[in-house]
Design a binder for this molecule. Structure first.
Ligand code: SF4
Ligand code: SF4
Length: 183
């Protein structure tokens, strides 16, 4: 009998930059959810979504924190869409050495959107719920799952973080992250 492939749920947030008005409610909601304990404070610097704002040009770009980039890019992107010229790196999701976005304010550790994984589970990510103009839309689809990472690979990643940031910072941040998930 053929092996049945495992399925996984892929979560997507669709961003419509034309609808975003730069209100930053999404930043406030995300940072509140990730406070320790959850909802005890809000500080957009802790948010996993940030708005690139240039009000004079009517430019508002919601950007989600993605993977960390350890070094700056050698080149830069510059986009012009519908006559609007966006600032360099405007659409980039990385926490990188060239800018302050997506860095935990206390420890400097990189932040990454976790799609609001917490217990109890939210019906939709909080930033989507608080975007009252529907610039953010949540979607889910089912796909075949890739192989699980081997435990030894996970250990190597944790070791690399400890080497770079020190055990105390890593433990402190893991502690805060696990507290925010308990909310
Ligand atoms: S999906 Fe959740 S974790 Fe990700 S940016 Fe939105 S509120 Fe933050
Ligand atoms: S809540 Fe919606 S409209 Fe407000 S800044 Fe975020 S994405 Fe833009």
């Amino acid at each position: 009998m053929p092996d049945e492939k495992k399925k996984k749920i892929v979560k997507t947030i669709k961003v419509d930059v034309d609808k975003c008005n730069g209100c930053r409610a999404c930043e406030v909601a995300c940072s509140a959810l990730h406070a320790a304990p959850p909802y005890s404070s809000n500080n957009p610097a802790r948010s996993r979504i940030r708005i690139i704002r240039e009000p004079l040009k009517d430019i508002y770009v919601p950007v989600y924190a993605g993977e960390q980039a350890k070094a700056e890019c050698l080149g830069r992107d510059k986009y012009v869409i519908d006559g609007k010229e966006y600032e360099e790196c405007a659409f980039c999701r990385a926490s990188c050495p060239s800018r302050d976005l997506f860095k935990e304010p206390d420890s400097g550790l990189p932040l990454k959107c976790d799609m609001c994984e917490c217990d109890p589970t939210l019906e939709k990510p909080l930033c989507v719920q608080w975007c009252l103009v529907n610039a953010l839309t949540y979607e889910e689809r089912e796909e075949e799952a890739e192989e699980e990472p081997r435990p030894e690979d996970v250990e190597v990643s944790v070791e690399a973080l400890v080497d770079k940031y020190g055990l105390e910072k890593v433990l402190d941040t893991m502690d805060r992250l696990s507290l925010s998930k308990k909310g």
